[in-house]
Design a protein around this ligand. Structure first.
Ligand code: 13P
Length: 241
């Protein structure tokens, strides 16, 4: 199981440092923990994580190695700051920055060339689900976002229904099961048989066990609850069981 914390653009550095130390204090056996920290925090938070086994990740990268791209961050820079993984195609980046699946694929190729593994996010909007197009939307995103050349062990997929992010609304076990089965089928067909599939969207300690019991759910990508150490630990404990 994998439990990943996506801090997004939170919290202030002093709080972040304490949170990272609190993560390290929890003993979690058999669960891979990943922390996607804001880019300016990678180095100071990486120092806190040393020896904990928690992997450090960036929340985005540029598809080029270097160049005139003011404000952007390269995969080599992420690597040099201690990251071993990068989160790509989060729905907030797709919505706020108009990121396309083509761009996500280009970033994934660049990340792998810098020896970073990638976690690619997919997920439908409420309108797409209500129109009966949830699975088709997600499979279309996968088909374009996932570079066929990526090794299966360098890729993780995070299914995050957009309507469940930060809303307190969680997809039902049946909805998660249908989607994860569909994603699993697509991945296996495309040769990504070792690729894990995480669920994300309002995962909390109180609902984590039920979500982890769903077939083909290999862990969680956690936003809000990852900002409270006890909640993140609770989700990790549910994954360990
Ligand atoms: P919440 O857990 O706050 O719903 O966020 C999910 C998410 O977007 C993680 O990437």
């Amino acid at each position: 199981m994998i439990v990943a914390a996506n801090w997004k653009m939170n919290p202030e550095l002093s709080v972040a440092a304490k949170l990272a130390s609190d993560y390290c204090a929890a003993s979690v056996a058999g669960v891979t923990r990943i922390l996607f920290a804001p880019h300016p925090y990678l180095v100071p938070i990486g120092v806190r994580l040393e020896g904990s086994g928690i992997l450090l990740g960036g929340q985005d990268c540029h598809p080029s190695a270097f160049g005139a791209h003011t404000g952007d961050v390269s995969t080599g820079m992420l690597r040099d700051c201690g990251a071993s993984v990068v989160l790509l195609g989060h729905s907030e980046r797709r919505a706020d920055h108009g990121e396309t699946s083509e761009l996500v694929a280009a970033k994934a190729v660049q990340a792998f060339s810098s020896s970073l593994s990638v976690m690619i996010c997919v997920g439908e909007t409420l309108a797409e689900r209500e129109a009966g197009n949830a699975l088709a939307t997600v499979l279309d995103q996968l088909a374009v976002s996932v570079p066929p050349t990526l090794p299966t062990t360098a890729l993780t997929i995070a299914y995050e229904p957009v309507w469940a992010i930060g809303t307190g609304k969680v997809a039902t076990a049946v909805e998660i099961a249908e989607m994860h089965l569909g994603i699993r089928g697509w991945l296996d067909e495309a040769g990504f048989d070792q690729t894990k599939i995480l669920y994300g969207g309002s995962v909390k300690p109180g609902n984590a066990a039920e979500i982890f019991a769903v077939p083909h759910v290999d862990g969680a990508l956690v936003g809000g609850a990852s900002l409270i150490a006890a909640d993140f630990d609770g989700i990790c404990a549910a994954a360990a069981n």
